[in-house]
Design a protein. Structure first.
Length: 619
């Protein structure tokens, strides 16, 4: 509900509106001052609703401080987040333009200050200033285009950091995170001691309205000066801890990885009205030890995602900062059988170019390589694991009675166990997901939790070749059926720089032009067992099935190619999809090609922190 705030100066309002990039930027200061009498300050505490979907539209607002989240509930009752509104942006104008009821619900993510304009004032602005009307139309179109596409790093300004126990070195964590975020813009680390240093002893625990107004005004000034504010909460419940939670766009709950998660978050933290996105950060003392039991932390803190951070590993803090600010680097690896070994060469080239990989995903063979990398293996280990698996264990030589599939799958399962053991996706050092296809419901599935080997097995269950996986009565098959190069999924999750590696040929399985029809099976068999017979250029059943599988994804890959930041297609078409013995040649082909592509791409982009080829935004 709206709460007018009479303690603000309307002179300040006019100055702020004149400096916005919205509709008021086209008005003269004299015009703005004529509207002064119609401007009304509105204060909305974090968590409360400003606009309710379905209500009449009788006013619009401009955000002076804080942040709002826009969401819409569909006919099935599901609520979808459409975007966020920050300082200097307007909200509510759509209903005034259309005369319809409110299209969506707008809630304050944190304590927010706004200026309200009546419908009459709005109509006068639009009628006298055609440029303002054009700006409104453009903004509405942009918002509609971005619905459902907003990445979690968009609009990040304030980060609340809360320790889950007394053993968490919260001050040290905040200091390191501040340094990492500072690479993307001016960043300030705030705590209760700094607050009392500025206002005097006892301020952090004071709860009277006058003190609260002074603190809010000071925080507004800091937010205007700094790109990011880190709010370090007190060790326990306090008015300052509550303030940190209310002010946060993002809430990070920091825990030692060896600690036991609580059954629930203490009610005294007053987080029930906080709408900030909640994320877990698990600090690891031993960076060589694989994380475990990560999912235990999700439920009590209602975390949307998690991050594994080595307590004394600067690169982990840099990765966390990139993910939080929407500057993460995501790598997408496509399916393609043995040709997918080229992914190893691409990874090597990225490492040599000092381009970090913050998130990685894949389909089929791409899911295999991506999973191996996410486990933390270096290039040589990756090479040997695949040599041992695909050549040494030879999982394709496992024929069975072809009633459901050509392969029994036992060798394949043993190979995946060798590669991944019992690792779970949420326990991987970096974010990973892979894509499979639900044959029962004809839809793609994104695997981002659970046993890694099972998710990979699902992603590479080629229909007719390997048996589908059973999942609550559904049949799950190779993701290449629907999405062989899931760069679009990575784009939605990553929101930063996305690379995609495509090893699926545009043209494949050509035969002798002289053939009017394929030779008979007996003739093909004879040509293969008789050393004196002329070899026939005819693909085998595996190759035909693999190519058929990928046909539906070829067009989708073309669309992905246009959407990603760098599309890499190594020259591996000449290698067969089961030519595992050419591993060294295929890997080298991927490496040599990717190295050149990355050099060209980096040359066209400004330098950025820690090898990120996209330039950071200006302070």
């Amino acid at each position: 509900m709206d709460k007018p705030d009479s303690g603000r100066s309307k002179v300040d309002i006019v100055g702020l509106l004149a400096a916005t990039t919205g509709i008021f930027s086209v008005l003269e200061e004299a015009d703005l001052r004529r509207l002064e009498s119609e401007l009304e300050w509105v204060g909305v505490p974090g968590g409360e609703i400003l606009i309710q979907q379905g209500d009449p539209g009788d006013s619009m607002y401009v955000v002076v401080s804080g942040r709002l989240r826009v969401s819409r509930r569909n006919d099935e009752g599901t609520e979808q987040v459409l975007g966020e509104i920050g300082r200097g942006e307007s909200v509510g104008e759509m209903a005034l333009l259309t005369g319809e009821h409110r299209f969506a619900t707008v809630r304050a993510i944190r304590d927010s200050g706004l200026v309200r304009f009546s419908q009459d004032a709005f109509e006068r602005i639009v009628s006298k200033n055609p440029g303002a009307a054009m700006l409104i139309a453009r903004r509405l179109v942009m918002r509609l285009e971005q619905q459902g596409k907003a990445n979690v790093g968009h609009g990040l300004s304030t980060v609340g950091v809360v320790a889950t126990g007394n053993d968490v070195p919260l001050a040290d964590f905040c200091t390191r995170l501040t340094a990492a975020l500072a690479q993307w813009g001016p960043t300030l680390h705030l705590n209760s001691a700094m607050l009392e240093s500025h206002f005097g002893p006892g301020t952090a625990t004071a709860q009277d309205d006058a003190t609260t107004l002074r603190i809010d005004a000071w925080l507004d000034e800091l937010e205007a000066k700094y790109k990011y504010l880190i709010y370090e909460a007190d060790p326990g419940p306090s008015p300052w801890t509550d303030c940190c939670a209310r002010q946060a766009d993002r809430l990070l709950f920091v825990a030692r990885s060896t600690a036991t998660p609580p059954a629930k978050v203490a009610a005294s933290l007053s987080l029930e009205h906080t709408t900030a996105r909640r994320e877990m950060v698990l600090l690891h003392v031993d960076g060589n030890r694989s994380p475990s039991e990560t999912r235990r932390w999700y439920e009590p803190f209602r975390a949307a995602t998690h991050h594994h951070v080595g307590m004394n590993t600067p690169s982990d803090y840099d990765r966390l900062a990139r993910i939080m600010t929407g500057h993460a680097v995501g790598l997408t690896l496509g399916g393609g059988g043995a040709r997918g070994l080229a992914h190893l060469g691409v990874i090597r080239a990225m490492q040599e170019a000092r381009i970090p990989i913050d998130m990685i995903c894949g389909t089929s063979m791409g899911a295999v390589i991506a999973g191996q990398y996410a486990m933390g293996h270096d290039f040589q280990t990756l090479l040997e694991i695949n040599r041992k698996g695909w050549i040494g264990m030879d999982p394709l030589k496992d024929k069975t009675l072809p009633l459901v599939a050509l392969l029994a799958g036992k060798k394949l399962d043993r190979m995946l166990t060798m590669m991944f053991g019992d690792a779970r996706i949420e326990d991987l050092w970096i974010k990973y997901f892979c894509v499979s296809a639900n044959l029962t419901h004809a839809k793609a599935i994104v695997h981002d939790s659970g046993l890694l080997k099972r998710a990979v097995r699902a992603s590479m269950a080629i229909p007719g070749v390997a048996a589908p996986l059973c999942d609550n009565g559904d049949l799950i098959v190779d993701g290449g059926v629907l999405n062989n190069l899931p760069g679009d999924v990575m784009r939605a999750i990553c929101g930063g720089t996305v690379f995609a590696v495509d090893v699926s040929p545009q043209k494949d399985l050509a035969v002798d032009p002289a053939y009017r029809e394929l030779p008979s099976a007996w003739r093909i068999l004879w040509s293969r067992v008789n050393p004196l017979a002329k070899p026939l250029n005819v693909p085998n059943i595996f190759a035909v099935m693999m190519r058929t599988l990928m046909l539906s994804s070829v067009h989708k890959s073309d669309l992905v190619m246009k959407d990603v930041d760098l599309y890499i297609r190594p020259p591996v078409d000449s290698y067969g999809i089961f030519e595992w013995h050419s591993i060294d040649k295929i890997v080298d082909a991927g490496y040599q090609y990717a190295r050149k592509k990355l050099e060209e791409w980096q040359a066209g982009h400004s330098a950025a922190p820690h090898g990120v080829a996209a330039a950071p935004p200006p302070p």
